[in-house]
Design a protein around this ligand. Sequence first.
Ligand SMILES: NC(=O)c1ccc[n+]([C@@H]2O[C@H](COP(=O)([O-])OP(=O)(O)OC[C@H]3O[C@@H](n4cnc5c(N)ncnc54)[C@H](OP(=O)(O)O)[C@@H]3O)[C@@H](O)[C@H]2O)c1
Length: 308
Amino acid sequence: MDGMPDPLWNVAIVGPGGVGGLIGAVLARAGHRVMFVARPETVDALTTGGLTVHSGKFGDFQVPATATARLSGPVDACVLAVKATALDAALERVPAGALGDGLVLPLLNGVEHLPLLRTRFPAAQVVAGAIRVETTRVAPGRIEHTSPFSGIEVASDTAPGERVEALAAQFRRAGLDVTVRDDETAVLWDKLAFLAPLALLTTAAGAPAGTIRTQWRETLEAVVGEIASVATAAGAPVDPATILGMFDRVPAGMKSSMQRDAEAGRATELDAIGTAVLRAADRYGLTTPVTARLVDELSTRESARLAE
Ligand SMILES: NC(=O)c1ccc[n+]([C@@H]2O[C@H](COP(=O)([O-])OP(=O)(O)OC[C@H]3O[C@@H](n4cnc5c(N)ncnc54)[C@H](OP(=O)(O)O)[C@@H]3O)[C@@H](O)[C@H]2O)c1
């Protein structure tokens, strides 16, 4: 229809895990043409069995899935939902030309992937995103969404505002909560300012948030203060009291995905979530001794664990 946006988009989801599987299944259920880009074994599993989602928020449902090991596009949007440790390898599956003029929306935690993506894709197509959710890929194609919420924030310093709004509108129509903000630095650092202390401390202590906010309070306050100062220097003013207030409200049993990865003996996103904060602190001439000590300790432990 003239003047009306196409109600159905072609969307690629790179990494059909906890986040990508959930978002892709919700979009597919709404009728969007979703192409999952995955490792060959996972392509087979998805093509055969589709995706099954268990979610208090979105319901329990199953959708058939179309999947490929290499995107040949074009698409309206390409959601990147791999862990930071797999980003380089996963991008090999997304030739730059294959996207057409589709938008690229990374939902990875961290702040350093945006400049990387803008070296690979036209800057006018790259949108920053952050997702607040707890969701797990329990097996290929099987997603357990355990948080009562799932909120996505998007913003772009380089993509046209109306294209970012169109993306948000399509996702919202499918039932996803999407907020468009006007500052991508704030989108990324607001998330990291809470996540980095949570991830570093729960992993270091091998204990959930409830233990951290009581027995590790002094360290928590130091790390939150350091990371808030880095976020503020990066251009996203963060109030440490607000972050500590969030810590005091989360469920006592809450774990971080870094902690779960470490417990399972997997590589963690320490570089993207912890070391990236130290690199930013360096750039702004800030000292972050407590955060640096934790990152160093976790890095040593991870190297030893992965060498076993
Ligand atoms: N899960 C959450 O609750 C949550 C919340 C907020 C933010 N995040 C962030 O979202 C990002 C994704 O996390 P996640 O928990 O969804 O991870 P995940 O469940 O481990 O899923 C990652 C997916 O990437 C796929 N993958 C790995 N290497 C690949 C490659 N070379 N090519 C194609 N696909 C590849 C994996 O494939 P296989 O299935 O074949 O192994 C898996 O399906 C992370 O940055 C995380 O910090 C996660």
